[in-house]
Design a protein around this ligand. Structure first.
Ligand code: DNO
Length: 357
């Protein structure tokens, strides 16, 4: 298992590599070229320079989060082949700089959604909150304005401006796509890229839909045990795997996360570990990582990964904004650093119980 932290390059992050290297037990970063438009090939020279910069701080760049998928691929348009070719070319370039795991999502139009990015809680910190009725009440373009407007000048990952331009018409398009067609479009993509993932030894790790239920009538695919089993069957290669995000999958009490980890263990390549507190069926807030802070039993989650011999990457996820930090929503330094060492502590205890350390 390798513990990593998400980091945005080229001055687009308040957190620095020199800070990250001081967090005990962190071996690298999950990063991305967020300025490259979706659908374009990621340039090799930029990737090389980025890898060198990261390495100069003693850190590894083995995980990319994310190479976003062009909407034409998700829609299944004839132009998808061109974008799939570009995706494969990007994978070739990632392989050339030693990338081993690629996190991506297949969510239509928008990535993760929250109704508030900085809600104050009792301890004086702020957290991200999702209230379903509020989000459904806003039309998609006002959710876009509120998500990006509250982001403190940062472009949110998954909410890139070029993706947002077409949002309204895209939403209309997807409303008329059947789930069967959407699954077929995903399979088409997987069947094209997975042989290259095998060749380049890059584990593909799809991120679940966040939140894990339908919103604005858009199709949702990766939300729980059953559809994850369908996904696994789409392409039998172990390179066709998951980013197991406990916050996304754990936003609904319907998912038994340790059981899911055990059933998909050979396909989990990357784990995003965070806690959530659920308020009713469709509302939740993000919390500190500790089990006692939310509804997820982080010990049981880490234990399931440990027992199944997990050898991929773990990163702490979101967490609170604490100690007055001003950072990208969900990606402050302090609470993630605390989360990292809590998770590493659980891992060390499990190692020792097993007589491995
Ligand atoms: C949210 C993240 C997601 C994730 C993408 C992967 O904080 O976990 O934005 O990176 O869905 O493509």
């Amino acid at each position: 298992m390798k513990m990593i932290i998400r980091w945005f390059p080229f001055g687009d992050d308040s957190v620095t590599l020199s800070q990250i290297r001081q967090i005990p037990g962190v071996s690298g970063v999950a990063t991305c070229l967020s300025k490259v438009p979706v659908g374009a090939v990621w340039p090799l020279d930029t990737l090389r320079a980025l890898k060198e910069e990261i390495a100069s701080y003693g850190l590894e760049m083995e995980v990319i989060e994310s190479v976003n998928i062009h909407e034409d691929i998700k829609k299944g348009l004839p132009s998808r082949d061109r974008y799939i070719d570009a995706y494969i070319k990007t994978m070739e370039n990632l392989h050339a700089v030693g990338v081993k795991c690629l996190c991506y999502n297949f969510m239509p139009v928008m990535d993760w959604v929250r109704s508030e990015l900085a809600q104050p809680i009792a301890d004086g910190s702020t957290v991200m909150v999702y209230r379903h009725a509020e989000v459904e009440k806003l039309n998609p373009s006002s959710i876009m304005e509120s998500m990006t407007g509250e982001a403190g000048g940062y472009s949110l990952p998954g909410w890139e401006p070029e993706r947002l331009k077409e949002m309204a018409s895209d939403i209309e398009y997807y409303r008329n796509i059947s789930p069967e067609t959407y699954w077929a479009n995903m399979k088409y993509f997987l069947d094209a890229v997975i042989p290259w993932a095998e060749r380049y030894d890059i584990k593909m790790a799809i991120h679940p839909d966040d939140p894990p239920w339908a919103l604005y009538g858009l199709p949702k695919l990766i939300t729980g045990q059953e559809n994850m089993a369908t996904f696994v069957e789409l392409n039998p290669s172990v390179y066709n795997g998951f980013t197991f995000c406990t916050g996304s999958l754990g936003s609904t009490g319907a998912n038994d996360l340790p059981t899911m980890i055990r059933s998909f263990s050979d396909r989990i390549h990357f784990a995003h570990l965070r806690n959530v507190k659920r308020h009713g069926e469709r509302d939740f807030e993000e919390t500190a990582h500790l089990s006692a802070a939310g509804d997820l039993d982080m010990y049981e989650i880490v234990k399931a990964l440990h027992e199944t011999g997990f050898s991929g990457y773990i990163r702490p996820d979101h967490g609170r904004m604490i100690w007055g930090e001003q950072a990208r929503p969900g990606y402050g330094l302090y609470d993630r650093a605390i989360g990292t060492n809590y998770l590493l502590g659980l891992w060390e205890a499990l190692d020792k119980q097993k007589g491995e350390a």
